[in-house]
Design a binder for this molecule. Structure first.
Ligand code: B9F
Length: 124
C-alpha cells in the first residue's frame, strides 16, 4: 500500500509553491515556501518553513504541522494538515492555516489573525 510522503515539491490552489526536505527519525522536517499572494505591495521572497509529522507507527496518511516565518514581513503562518492518498492514488495535502500579523498594541489583537484552508498537490 502506498504511503503519503511529505517530502518533495508541492503547489496549492493559490499557486504558492513549497519544498519539504526529508522527514527525519523524530518526524521533523524543514523546507522553503514561495507564496503566490501577499495582501500588501511588499516584494515576495522565499521563506523558510519548519515542521513535524506525527510519526507513530508510520501511518499511511500522516498528520503534520509546520510554521512559515515570512522573511519579507513581521508575521508567521502556521499550517496543520493531513497527507492523503486520493481516489486516483495521488497524494494530496489538506491543510488549515492561521496567519498572525504584527500589530501595535493589545487593543489591535482582535484583527491580528487570519484563517483559511489550502490544498496542495505534488509538483511532478
Ligand atoms: O501577506 C502576508 C503579509 C504579512 C504582513 C504583510 C503581508 C504574508 C504572506 C502570507 C501568505 C498567505 C497565503 N499564501 C498561501 O500560500 S499564508 C496562507 C495563504 N496560503 C497584510 C498583513 C497580514 C497579511 C497581509 Fe500581511
Amino acid at each position: 500500500d502506498k504511503k503519503c510522503v511529505l517530502s518533495g515539491s508541492w503547489r496549492n490552489e493559490l499557486g504558492s509553491n513549497m519544498t519539504i526536505s526529508a522527514v527525519n527519525a523524530e518526524g521533523g522536517f524543514s523546507g522553503s515556501y514561495l507564496t503566490a499572494v501577499t495582501a500588501t505591495n511588499k516584494r515576495i521572497l522565499v521563506s523558510p518553513l519548519k515542521g513535524s509529522q506525527n510519526h507513530k507507527s508510520q501511518r499511511k496518511q500522516p498528520t503534520f504541522g509546520f510554521t512559515v516565518s515570512w522573511t519579507f514581513s513581521n508575521s508567521v503562518t502556521v499550517f496543520v494538515g493531513q497527507c492523503f492518498m486520493d481516489d486516483n492514488g495521488e497524494e494530496i495535502l489538506k491543510t488549515m492555516w492561521l496567519l498572525r500579523q504584527e500589530v501595535r498594541s493589545p487593543g489591535a489583537d482582535w484583527k491580528a489573525t487570519r484563517v483559511g484552508t489550502n490544498v496542495f498537490t505534488r509538483i511532478k
